[in-house]
Design a protein around this ligand. Structure first.
Ligand SMILES: Nc1ncnc2c1ncn2[C@@H]1O[C@H](COP(=O)(O)OP(=O)(O)OP(=O)(O)O)[C@@H](O)[C@H]1O
Ligand SMILES: [Mg+2]
Length: 284
């Protein structure tokens, strides 16, 4: 599970290349107009392991952004920072213009409620069936009666193709793809403004990956909102990204909208996104 030497060399060259795009400096009328989330010069290390090293990136409001990086580059760590589960050693994160560093506990909890998250492993509760897993956030955070909860849960399960009897099954009885879809339904039940997916494609075969990507696009088109998809799979990025940020060695090497990225003046980024270096499948 290590990144191919060709990819490493390409990303190193991309990072050293002079003319790469940094995060765009949009003059916003009101903070949070354009950027749903802004990461500003983040540093983070665990012991001597420096994971973020001056990382800056903006996540545009209302689009599907893909954060692309090889395994172990700190994608999950970045995601934990966005929702205030981890805090940077230096730098700050603005969520809808509001500084996470300066939030009170109440503000932090309110901020986290804006997010729906599909964790890397699906993270379903093993002792609950699919229905109860998806109902859990509603029972935890709302006063809805069971009738209303039932309507919401079944409509979300229907949206992800699991309202056909799968709702009574236990997570251990589901395929990997079904578990991801159940996790997706659970991430959506509170109508989040921002939805994050940590490697939704990991552990799925190419066909199921393609189906899940289609599902993410369909649900985004229907519900709107800001989607952040974290992946090491270039093919998935190519399929669903409207905006792309490439993470390497603790920094964003380049970010921009999809077409800008595919036509980047940085030839190494262009080559990297075309998937030449490591074959069509990904970076592992
Ligand atoms: N809580 C933690 N304590 C110490 N080190 C951590 C912690 N979380 C992550 N790390 C380290 O940070 C680095 C980045 O980890 P992270 O899980 O963010 O990578 P990733 O890009 O998500 O990888 P993958 O593609 O395998 O999911 C790794 O070296 C990891 O060991
Ligand atoms: Mg990860």
């Amino acid at each position: 599970m290590s990144t191919s030497p060709e990819t490493v060399s390409l990303l190193n060259k991309a990072a050293e290349y002079d003319h790469h795009n940094g995060p765009l400096q949009f003059a916003e009328q009101k903070q949070g107009d354009f950027w749903s989330i802004e990461c500003i010069d983040l540093y983070k290390k665990f012991g001597s392991n420096r994971v973020m090293n001056g990382l800056s990136v903006g996540i545009p409001e209302g689009l599907i952004t893909v954060v692309l990086g090889p395994s172990g580059t700190g994608k999950s760590v970045l995601l934990s920072h966005l929702i205030g589960l981890m805090f940077p050693d230096q730098g700050d994160i603005l969520v809808h213009g509001q500084s996470v560093k300066n939030m009170s506990t109440a503000e932090l909890l309110a901020m986290r409620r804006k997010f729906g998250i599909l964790f890397q492993d699906g993270a379903l509760f093993g002792s609950m069936n699919v229905y109860d897993n998806v109902a859990f956030p509603l029972r935890q955070h709302t006063n809805f009666n069971e009738k209303k909860i039932h309507d919401i849960v079944m409509s979300r399960l229907d949206e992800v193709g699991l309202a056909n009897g799968a709702e009574t099954r236990m997570p251990s009885e589901l395929s990997g793809g079904m578990r991801k879809r159940a996790g997706f339904a659970r991430a959506l039940v509170l109508d989040p403004e921002i939805v994050m997916f940590d490697e939704p494609d990991s552990g799925l075969d190419p066909v199921r990956t393609a189906l899940l990507c289609q599902l993410i696009q369909k649900v985004h088109a229907e519900n709107g909102g800001t989607y952040i998809v974290i992946t090491h799979d270039i093919a998935s990025a190519r399929r669903i990204a409207e905006y792309i940020a490439v993470l390497w060695k603790g920094q964003i090497v380049e970010s921009g909208d999809r077409d800008e990225m595919f036509n980047s003046p940085n030839p190494f980024i262009r080559q990297f996104l075309k998937g030449d270096p490591s074959g069509p499948l990904g970076m592992e």
